[in-house]
Design a protein around this ligand. Structure first.
Ligand SMILES: Cc1ncc(COP(=O)(O)O)c(C=O)c1O
Length: 466
């Protein structure tokens, strides 16, 4: 054990023995150097280790404080959902909420965007400049759907690292995950068809269903284990479901990651009914465990899973580059893309190809995951400290969302409006269902840098909840 690790162990023991209590400031680096006879670098390393493990946290210009250690938070419950098909109509409220995302004076706890400072913007800009300089005048035509070939190859290589055999020709590059998902849904449905979705689900899925004049069948979903496969089986028997759109890893808004067994069972159940799975996997890289969870696509023996992913959440939100590994549906997806947006933006495809080949992506991902895990810990600590004890909250093992369930009488849309007046944005639960439920739930984004503004926002939320 190195010196800094020994020091970290001593401080941990002091915290456990209540020498330093939650919320108290521990000695400054300078004081600790004096008392322990160690160099500032060793003490700093010890403090950083304790911080990454969640024992202490730094407050800018104030020093290091003891975290509110033991998380003793209640888990949200699986909500009952009516097994019926519904027309979707959420766009009006959603438009207002999304408009607020642009307002930089708000504390963006409701946004679906990650903190832009978490990304390697300089390296990306360099790749964009250098690949644009080398861009051939013929690249507009050579990169038409399915998209830039070297980029598709490198994506296929990343699948191969997970033991998945995906041919680069099966991959279509799109304008973000959103286009991949929309084209996939369009490829496997006709207006009026029924689409099974999780409940609650990402509002983008509801919007796509509304736009394509489809109907949603909401399947009850457990906040920790995911979609209820028994109810799904029952629905497939009773209703003419034509497609499923599920987020199998770090679902938005609940954050669960389905177990590998459930992913396998899901794929085999759907293949029995010949129902394609649109697998929305845009958060798959943001895992806190040891390895990337395998997507359901890994169990797809019949090429009927359309695996949709993107670089928006893990590398470059503004580049709008995503893809779909579309199996049997690849050609149809390309035709639909040619008929709609023509192709994804070419300079950004070329830039990402160059960035990925330069070799820094995995190191960036490791840093990003560590930061997100740390920020989740800080947010949960604050929730435990400031919010009433009956508040239930998820503790996901990846992604950057928390789902909070309040007492039934709390109207989370009214809460959203009251917080907005105080410059704090949250995502009210009604955005996540076509059945106007989740009226006492909210989603919050914990990817923001932790600071006193964010802490005050959670404090305010706690005061409004009474
Ligand atoms: C679950 C889910 N799928 C897809 C998307 C869209 O991804 P992209 O930004 O790559 O279009 C989002 C963005 O919020 C999302 O949360």
């Amino acid at each position: 054990m190195g010196r800094y690790e020994l020091l970290a162990e001593q401080i941990k023991a002091q915290i456990l023995n209540k020498v330093w209590r939650a919320g108290e400031r521990i000695p400054s680096i300078r004081q600790c150097c004096k008392t322990a006879g160690l160099s500032p670098m060793t003490v700093l390393q010890a403090y950083q280790l304790l911080e990454s493990q969640g024992w202490i946290y730094a407050r800018p210009k104030s020093g290091y404080f003891v975290s509110h250690q033991t998380l003793n938070l209640l888990e949200p419950t699986r909500q009952p959902v009516k097994l019926q098909s519904t027309q979707v109509d959420i766009n009006n409220i959603l438009f207002d909420v999304l408009q607020n995302t642009k307002d930089s004076s708000l504390i963006q706890l409701g946004s679906a965007f990650p903190d832009p400072q978490l990304f390697p913007l300089k390296a990306l800009t360099r790749s964009l400049a250098s690949s644009s300089r080398k861009m051939s005048p013929f690249s507009t035509v050579s990169n038409l759907p399915p998209g830039n070939e070297p980029l598709r190859q490198i994506i296929a290589q990343r699948y191969a690292q997970q033991g998945m055999q995906i041919n680069p020709d099966e991959i279509v590059i799109t304008s973000g995950g959103m286009e991949a998902l929309n084209l996939s849904l369009q490829a496997v449905t006709q207006p009026g068809d029924l689409v099974a979705i999780e409940s609650p689900t990402f509002y983008g899925a509801l919007q796509a269903i509304e736009r394509l004049k489809l109907k949603a069948v909401e399947i009850p979903t457990h906040p920790r284990t995911g979609v209820d496969l028994n109810v799904l089986a029952q629905s497939l028997q009773q209703l003419p479901i034509k497609a499923c759109w599920f987020m199998t890893s770090f679902q938005n808004p609940l954050g669960f990651c389905m177990s590998q067994e459930d992913k396998r069972d899901l794929v085999s159940m759907l293949s029995l009914y010949h129902v394609p799975l649109i697998e929305d996997d845009v958060y798959g890289e943001l895992y806190f465990g040891n390895e990337r969870p395998l997507p359901a696509k890994a169990y797809d023996a019949h090429s009927s899973v359309l695996h949709c992913a993107s670089f928006s959440k893990c590398l470059s939100p503004g580049f709008r580059v995503g893809w779909v590994a579309a199996g049997n549906h690849t050609e149809k997806i390309q035709r639909l893309q040619l008929m709609s947006t023509l192709s994804a933006s070419i300079p950004t495809q070329l830039a990402l190809n160059e960035y990925l080949r330069a070799g820094g992506f995995d190191a960036h991902l490791r840093r990003l995951r560590r930061m997100l895990e740390q920020r989740q810990h800080q947010m949960l600590q604050a929730i435990q400290y400031y919010l009433p004890t009956n508040v239930k909250v998820t503790q996901p093992e990846g992604g950057y969302f928390l789902w909070l369930e309040f007492a039934k009488e709390i109207d989370s849309f009214a809460l959203y409006q009251r917080l907005l007046a105080e410059k704090v944005a949250i995502a009210p639960g009604i955005l996540f269902s076509s059945q106007k439920q989740y009226t006492h739930h909210i989603r919050i984004n914990y990817a923001l840098p932790w600071n006193s503004r964010v802490e005050n926002a959670i404090d305010l939320l706690g005061r409004l909840l009474g």
